[in-house]
Design a protein around this ligand. Structure first.
Ligand code: IVH
Length: 668
């Protein structure tokens, strides 16, 4: 799966999880899984900031406010926290802060248990409590003033030393004991104390809330008319002085003490009267907090160090095989459903054939599972063999019956059915129509399967023939003239496409969005790309060398591209697509007037700036950066101690630039 497709998949899951958690108070996945989804998505975004627009769910915090409550817009957004999961991540987080500020020396941090409840904003005007709002989507929450007033421990008034106007933030939670008592007393059981707290607070009838025992810890400030303190630690003391409950385990420590603190809280966790899912570490100095500010949905001045994922055991019921777009046979284990950290798990990933062998997994085994950094739970080991026969990985495709083979050192077994395998065709079509590729609205998995079964879709080019079936589509169950016409319009709207998206849409093995972009940037236009790929079929040819010289395109990718172009049916599909769509050239107007637009550039020797930055700068100006010097090279940027490439440039008469000249031309 390409990173963009992966990101979309992650975003969709995060969105669904957000809705389940915040709008229905019924989480469908565990916090650990949610965190790992977010973490993976953030990693992709860090590498591909251009995808951020597609991942709105990631910047939206929590759920949309449920109807029934008055909406309250937060004066300053209620944000979330970045998560770390290990001592290594943690120290990296703080090193990042130091680099950001050029801050020398040790960090003073306030460590607070991360309460598993729901965050609340409490507003005091003229030192009187006036309003409480839930986080909602971070921008706008629900007015739960009446409900919060049922909390006996809430200070209704602040003393004279408090600012005239202040917003105080904290966590509403239910103790484990109150949760158990509540569940015992009623039919509808809550899954955990957090859900019970959320369900109790968001009662339209505050009398119900009053009967539930909710508690509150205060831990942060929103807007204030006058500063309260110079450090977070002093701020917490002020809150306590005003009558708020502040978590008694909170502690002012040096960053270096965090690991020990984390371990201590982890050990005490089970005995605490309330659920926690980690520890929050905050920069103590509020001036430094202000300088650090925010990034995306989270403050730079704090992080949550979460406890590790939970483990469980279950039995392997069967091993199922899925066939993907490139024919890969991917196994997964169906398990006796088991609850892992509040989530019902029915499947675990098995990765590939070798993994099953390595772990000696057999149907009937009792295995240990873990839900951690991976989206789908993983099997760690066999706890108790079930006495079944060793698993025999199929050597035929379970969908089309073609032979399934492993070539060279590939760990994956693939169906050889190609386009005669329905699984591959459908998966390819799904990819072709998906966001990041042709992005055809309405052409999702279900529709594609339906039209494939109807016999209208054999290859990608057939998508553009669908409008010819509009009348028939309109007659189908679940369709009508309006939706059929809408689909035709959506298809028509995509008859123009950029070269990178077009290349990506073809679903060539190993050509994800990044590699598609590299190819598009290098070849510039569809005709040049196709000609280059056809000629690159011959190993050792100039075209193959050119392909291999594109920075980021390795020999394996070149082989995959050549293999795609060696297939007659792919060439037929391309020829048909040429008649259906127009592919736009890759060089954009924004970079076309730069001195490097469309030019081929090679860096050699030691530069003062890091090579990745130099390369990114050049590419941003429209250059193609390659590794080796040839007649096609326009510029060689020569750093210190340059060797053979500089000589070759001289021999070929290619223009060389010093780093200073390069910087001047590039404008930095
Ligand atoms: S500070 C701008 N402190 O964790 C940062 N949050 O994952 C504001 N939480 O939305 C949050 N205990 O609901 C903070 N001691 C604590 C916390 C805490 C629990 C929750 C809070 C927040 C979420 C972020």
């Amino acid at each position: 799966m390409s990173e963009a497709a992966r990101l979309r998949d992650l975003t969709a899951r995060i969105e669904a999880a957000n809705a389940a958690y915040h709008e229905r108070d019924e989480p469908e996945i565990s916090d650990a899984e949610y965190d790992s989804l977010r973490r993976e998505a953030e990693e992709i975004l860090a590498a591909h900031p251009e995808l951020r627009a597609e991942a709105k769910a990631l910047t939206q915090i929590g759920g949309k406010p449920a109807s029934g409550f008055k909406k309250i817009k937060h004066r300053t957004p209620m944000l979330s926290l970045d998560n770390v999961f290990s001592a290594e991540d943690f120290s990296e987080f703080w090193q990042g802060k130091s680099r950001f500020l050029g801050h020398e020396g040790a960090w003073q941090v306030v460590a607070e248990p991360k309460i598993d409840g729901l965050s609340i904003s409490l507003t005091y005007e003229a030192r009187k409590f006036v309003r409480a709002a839930t986080r909602g989507d971070g921008e706008e929450g629900e007015d739960v003033t009446a409900n919060i007033l049922t909390l006996e421990t809430l200070p209704r008034e602040l003393p004279q030393d408090a600012p005239d106007f202040i917003e105080i933030r904290g966590e509403v939670y239910m103790t484990k004991a109150d949760f158990l008592a509540l569940n015992e007393s009623q039919e509808r059981k809550f899954a955990n104390p957090r859900n019970a707290a959320a369900g109790s607070l968001r009662q339209l009838d505050a009398r119900i809330t009053a009967k539930r025992k909710l508690s509150l810890f205060a831990y942060a400030q929103g807007e204030t008319s006058a500063p309260v303190a110079g450090t977070h630690w002093e701020y917490l003391a002020a809150l306590q002085g005003w009558g708020f409950a502040v978590n008694p385990l909170s502690k002012l420590i040096a960053e270096a003490e965090a690991e020990a603190f984390q371990a201590g809280i982890g050990a005490a966790r089970a005995e605490l009267p309330y659920d926690i899912d980690g520890v929050v570490y905050k920069v103590n100095d509020l001036r430094l907090q202000a300088r650090l500010g925010f990034v995306g949905r989270a403050p730079r001045w704090a992080c949550a160090w979460k406890f590790p994922a939970e483990k469980a055991s279950s039995r392997i019921e069967s091993i199922e095989i899925n066939v993907g777009r490139t024919g890969a046979l991917t196994p997964r284990a169906r398990l006796t459903p088991v609850n892992v950290g509040g989530v019902l798990v029915t499947y675990a990933t098995l990765h590939n054939e070798d993994e099953i062998l390595r772990k000696n997994l057999r149907v009937g085994d009792i295995v240990e599972l873990q839900r951690a950094g991976d989206v789908i739970p993983q099997i760690l080991r066999v706890i108790e063999p079930g006495g079944g026969a060793p698993y025999e990985f199929p050597d035929h495709c379970p969908v089309c019956g073609s032979r399934a083979v492993r070539t060279d050192d590939d760990v994956v077994r693939r169906c050889t059915g190609g386009l005669s395998c329905p699984a591959q065709v459908v998966e390819r079509l799904i990819h072709f129509c998906a966001r990041g590729a042709f992005d055809i609205e309405g052409m999702g998995e279900k529709t594609i399967q339906e039209f494939y079964a109807a016999g209208w879709l054999h290859d990608a080019a057939d998508v553009f023939a669908l409008p010819a079936h509009e009348d028939e589509i309109a007659q189908r169950e679940g369709w009508g003239p309006v939706s059929a016409a809408k689909l035709s319009a959506a298809i028509a709207a995509r008859r123009q496409i950029g070269l990178a998206k077009f290349i990506y849409a073809l679903g060539i093995r190993r050509i994800g969005e990044n590699n598609a972009k590299l190819l598009a940037r290098h070849y510039g236009g569809y005709a040049a790309w196709k000609a280059g790929m056809l000629a690159a079929g011959e190993i050792g040819s100039d075209a193959r060398l050119e392909l291999g010289s594109i920075s980021g395109i390795g020999p394996a990718i070149a082989t995959d591209l050549a293999a795609f172009f060696a297939e007659a049916h792919n060439l037929r599909t391309l020829a048909r697509l040429e008649g259906e769509v127009s592919v736009l050239d890759a060089v954009s107007a924004a970079t076309s007037d730069s001195p490097f637009a469309g030019k081929v550039l090679v860096f050699t020797g030691t530069l003062t700036m890091a090579r990745p930055e130099a390369k990114a700068r050049a590419e941003a100006l429209g250059a193609k950066v390659t590794e080796s010097v040839s007649k096609k090279t326009d510029f060689v940027v020569v750093g210190a101690e340059a060797g053979s490439k500089a000589k070759k440039a001289a021999a070929l008469g290619v223009r060389t630039l010093t780093e200073d000249e390069f910087r001047a031309m590039a404008g930095f």
